[in-house]
Design a protein around this ligand. Structure first.
Ligand SMILES: [Zn+2]
Length: 87
């Protein structure tokens, strides 16, 4: 008998906000993402064991890490009322 296990990254778009990018200097849409890593057993995702947040510029692709509080604040600023994970 053998076990087939591993990890799988999952990316979720939380919100799109518009502000000036620090990399290219343009005021364009910035996408806020939540990245989670999921433990898989026989390719079936079972649970998440780490998560991180980042914002990506739609013009130049420059990415900056965010804290969870910063990501949630950007969602509140954009007027989002629910989180993709159901909260
Ligand atoms: Zn940019």
């Amino acid at each position: 008998m053998f076990l087939l296990f591993g990890t799988r990254p999952a990316l979720a778009l939380l919100v799109i906000v518009t502000f000036r990018c620090d990399y290219c200097g343009q005021t364009v849409a910035q996408r806020v993402f939540k990245k989670t890593n999921k433990f898989t057993l026989f390719f079936v995702p079972l649970f998440s064991f780490s998560k991180s947040y980042f914002v990506e510029c739609s013009n130049c692709g420059g990415a900056t890490k965010l804290t969870e509080a910063q990501a949630h604040r950007s969602m509140q600023t954009a007027g989002a009322t629910t989180y993709p994970d159901g909260r």
